[in-house]
Design a protein around this ligand. Structure first.
Ligand code: PLP
Length: 393
């Protein structure tokens, strides 16, 4: 389906007629994979909610990095952050809408490094943590200490604690691991952080918009919330928040912590600005979109999103158990992320054959991953499972 025959394109150097130009653009991109096709099963992004898309388009020109120009939009950012923080049980948190989980994680470690002061450059992360922490460490000259995770994919608080030294500036938990959706126990980890007086960051880039709604959706709840020992949290609207790419969120426990990395900017409109984002120019469109989709869906709407995704996840996991040569890694899956082993068959080979049949999967060591995003519907799963069975024959 996705390796389509190429639509002929003009490849003219200059196209001044905008209609022709846009047709050329469509033709040039026609063979790319899209979420709306339903064929991308391995991504944590999805089609943005129509309300998010409409709001994004409306505010396309806004640069919220120059806050003095768009104070009303800045108020919407505070509102959206406050609403999200409320779902995590801590409406007093202060935060920013950023480009995604990578930026949010970099900002968290940046804050931690400043708070810890000189001589403390180790960061303890679970082995399940996203590679954005490798980038953050490289940027800031930090050393990552990767703590092994258990069979359930989670970081044992005792293992985390054993890895802390007097050089540790931060440690990290993950709520919704990239590979398998594993959810660390935020309360147990934050308690270690509180006792050992270490900065604790929770990377809920994936689980941030799932965990608060699992109970409403009728699924077993992972521990979630904002314990005393937690300093910051990342959560991505452009993953399960139904927001547009790019949209991420970083939240700090309070305004004081949020200001730790701020830089004073004198020349921007509205006078002196304490800018606490990594980037300067920042998408106001993303902010408007996140505000709009959160306001539109609210708790009940996200509950429906999560209920649908989890229902499909359970059905997929059960169906996999009936397919000879396939095996879910976790049963039940902790969140709407399903790892699939293919015993006796090389994962890469299976993934490559499925790609030829028009399915984009995410490949890991010994399994492939399906993320049951809103575009991954039951009919999509049925079509995929039929092809999987063919490939495994
Ligand atoms: N953290 C986790 C747990 C993720 O799964 C991801 C991406 O998949 C990220 C951080 C990075 O997010 P982004 O790609 O939006 O920078």
């Amino acid at each position: 389906m996705c390796e389509k025959v190429r639509t002929p394109v003009t490849r003219r150097a200059i196209i001044s007629d905008s209609k022709v130009l846009l047709a050329e653009l469509d033709a040039r991109l026609a063979t790319d994979w899209t979420f709306s096709s339903g064929r991308v099963l391995g991504s944590m992004c999805s089609v943005p909610h129509p309300v998010a898309a409409a709001a994004f388009e409306r505010v396309l020109e806004a640069n919220i990095g120059d806050e003095g120009l768009v104070p009303a939009l800045a108020a919407l950012e505070r509102e959206a952050v406050g609403q999200f923080a409320g779902w995590w049980g801590h409406p007093e948190a202060s935060g920013r809408i950023v480009s995604g989980g990578t930026e949010a994680n970099v900002m968290a470690l940046w804050t931690a490094k400043i708070v810890a002061g000189p001589g403390k450059n180790e960061v303890v992360i679970p082995a399940s943590a996203h590679y954005s922490f490798d980038k953050a460490a490289s940027l800031m000259g930090l050393t990552l200490v990767k703590a092994p995770v258990g069979k359930d994919g989670c970081l044992d608080p005792a293992v985390a604690e054993a890895a802390l030294t007097d050089r540790t500036c931060a440690f990290v938990g993950v709520a919704g691991s990239t590979a398998l959706g594993a959810v660390d126990n935020v309360f147990a980890l934050a308690e270690v952080a509180r006792r050992r007086k270490v900065y604790f960051h929770l990377d809920a880039s994936f689980g941030g918009y799932v965990l608060p709604f699992l109970a409403d959706a009728g699924y077993p709840v992972h521990p979630f919330g904002w314990p005393e020992g937690m300093a910051s949290l990342s959560a991505d609207p452009h993953k399960m928040g139904r927001g547009p790419v790019p949209s991420g969120m970083i939240l700090w426990r309070d305004e004081d912590l949020a200001r730790v990395s701020a830089v004073e900017v004198g020349y921007l409109s509205g006078g002196r600005l304490r800018q606490n984002t990594l980037v300067g120019t920042r998408s106001g469109a993303s902010v408007a979109a996140v505000w709009a989709v959160q306001k539109h869906l609210d708790r009940a709407g996200y509950g429906e999103v999560v209920k649908t995704a989890m229902g499909t996840t359970v059905a997929l996991t059960n169906a996999l158990k009936g397919i000879s040569g396939a095996q879910p890694v976790f049963d039940p899956a902790p969140l709407n992320v399903v790892g699939v082993r293919t015993p006796g068959r090389e994962t890469g080979d299976v993934v490559a054959r499925l790609r030829l049949r028009g399915w984009a999967l995410s490949q890991w060591d010994g399994f492939f991953r399906i993320v049951v995003m809103p575009h991954v519907t039951p009919p999509v799963i049925d079509g995929f499972l039929a092809d999987l069975q063919e490939v495994l024959k």
